[in-house]
Design a protein around this ligand. Structure first.
Ligand SMILES: NC(=O)c1ccc[n+]([C@@H]2O[C@H](COP(=O)([O-])OP(=O)(O)OC[C@H]3O[C@@H](n4cnc5c(N)ncnc54)[C@H](OP(=O)(O)O)[C@@H]3O)[C@@H](O)[C@H]2O)c1
Length: 316
C-alpha cells in the first residue's frame, strides 16, 4: 500500500514507519524539516518531502494516489507560530480536507486520551475539537486513536524522568505525583494503527488506548529510578505546590513540565479495563507490559543512542 504520514518523523512516527516499511508498504513522510531526519530517508520505500500545508492544492497533490493518510502531527509545548490550534486543529483539518478532496478516504488520526473540547488543558481542548470535527466529516473513513502516555525506545516520558533523576541533587520534587497513567507501548500503538487500516468496523470510531496496567506518576518515576540505579528521593507534591512548580519548570528551556501539563494531569489518563479489552480485541493488539520493554532501552542509554539502535534495526 502507499501510505502518506504527516508527523512521521517523531517518536511514534519512527516506530510506526519502521513497521510499515518492514511489512512492505511505501511511505511518504511530510515533514517541515526533512534534513533532520536522514535516518528515515535511508529506509527502503520511504521518501520525505517538505511542503507548504496551506499552499493552494499542494497538500492535495501530495496525498493524491495514496491509499491511506496518517496524521501524527502534534506538540506538547507551543512555540512561536507552532501553537496547539495551528498543529492540532488547522493542520489536522487541512490534512482531512485534502484526503477527502482527492478521494483518499482512509484517514488515521492521532488524538490523545481525555481530549475534550471542555478539558482544563489547552492541549486536550485542541485535540478534542479536532477529533470531533474530523469524525463528523463526511466522505472519509476515519479512525481516531487516543492513547495514554506512550513508551518505547526514544520516548519523551521515561527518558525525560531518567534524565531529570540524573541531575537532581538527591531529591526530586514531583508535581501531580498522584496523577494516574496507563502507559502503552509504542509498538502496540503502531499495531493499532496498522491493523485498523483494513477493518471497516473501525471506521468513524475513536479508540482510547491504554496499557495493561495503571500507575501513579510517583510509581512510574520510582520505577524509572530503580531502572537507572538512582537513589534520588522522590518528594511528592500535592496539588497546591504542584501548580507553581509546573509554572516555574515551564519557563526552563525545553520545559520538562508546563502549567498546561499540570492541567491535563487533573484527570487520570486511564481507561476502564472492559473498554480497553474491547478496543484492543477489535484492533487485534496484544498489549505489552512496562516491565517487558522499559528495561531493554532505559538503563545506560541516552535518547539519541536509543533512536540510533532503532534505526540500525530498521536498516537491517
Ligand atoms: N508520545 C506520547 O506519549 C503521546 C501520547 C498521546 C498522544 N500523542 C500524540 O501522538 C502524536 C505523535 O507523538 P510523538 O510523541 O511522536 O511526538 P513527536 O516526537 O514530538 O513528533 C511530532 C511530529 O509532529 C510534527 N509536527 C509538529 N509541528 C507540526 C506542524 N506545525 N505541522 C506539521 N507537522 C508538525 C513533527 O514533524 P516535523 O518536525 O518533521 O515537521 C513531528 O514529526 C502527537 O500528535 C501527540 O500529541 C503522543
Amino acid at each position: 500500500m502507499k501510505i502518506c504520514v504527516i508527523g512521521g518523523t517523531g517518536f511514534v512516527g519512527t516506530h510506526l514507519i519502521t513497521r510499515l516499511v518492514s511489512q512492505g508498504h511505501s511511505v511518504k513522510i511530510i515533514s517541515r524539516r526533512p534534513e533532520r531526519h536522514r535516518h528515515l530517508r535511508t529506509l527502503p520505500t520511504v521518501k520525505i518531502v517538505t511542503i507548504d500545508f496551506f499552499g493552494n492544492k499542494i497538500l492535495e497533490r501530495q496525498v493524491d494516489t495514496y491509499d491511506v493518510v496518517i496524521n501524527l502531527a502534534g506538540i506538547l509545548n507551543p512555540s512561536g507560530n507552532n501553537t496547539f490550534e495551528q498543529v492540532h486543529e488547522k493542520v489536522a483539518l487541512r490534512v482531512a480536507e485534502a484526503a477527502r478532496a482527492v478521494g483518499t478516504p482512509r484517514l488515521l488520526h492521532m488524538c490523545a486520551l481525555n481530549a475534550d473540547e471542555n478539558a482544563a488543558s489547552s492541549y486536550l481542548r485542541s485535540k478534542g475539537r479536532a477529533k470531533n470535527k474530523i469524525l463528523a466529516m463526511e466522505g472519509l473513513h476515519v479512525t481516531t486513536f487516543s492513547p495514554s502516555v506512550i513508551f518505547g525506545a526514544g520516548d519523551g516520558f521515561f527518558n525525560l524522568f531518567a534524565r531529570m533523576l540524573k541531575i537532581m541533587p538527591g531529591f526530586f520534587p514531583l508535581t501531580c505525583a498522584s496523577a494516574r497513567f496507563a502507559p502503552i507501548y509504542v509498538g502496540d500503538v503502531a499495531d493499532a494503527f496498522i491493523n485498523s487500516i483494513d477493518r471497516p468496523e473501525t471506521y468513524g470510531k475513536n479508540y482510547n488506548l491504554c496499557g495493561p496496567e495503571s500507575f501513579s506518576l510517583r510509581e512510574l518515576v520510582k520505577y524509572t529510578a530503580t531502572q537507572i540505579n538512582s537513589d534520588c528521593t522522590i518528594v511528592p507534591l500535592n496539588r497546591f505546590f504542584s501548580k507553581p512548580l509546573a509554572g516555574l519548570m515551564g519557563l526552563i528551556p525545553g520545559a520538562p513540565i508546563t502549567l498546561d501539563n499540570y492541567h491535563s494531569m487533573k484527570v487520570d489518563s486511564v481507561c476502564s479495563d472492559s473498554a480497553n479489552n474491547e478496543s484492543t480485541a477489535e484492533l487485534g493488539v496484544q498489549l505489552h507490559s512496562l516491565e517487558s520493554i522499559v528495561p531493554k532501552y532505559l538503563a545506560g542509554k541516552d535518547f539519541a543512542g536509543q533512536m540510533d539502535s532503532l534505526r540500525k534495526k530498521s536498516n537491517r
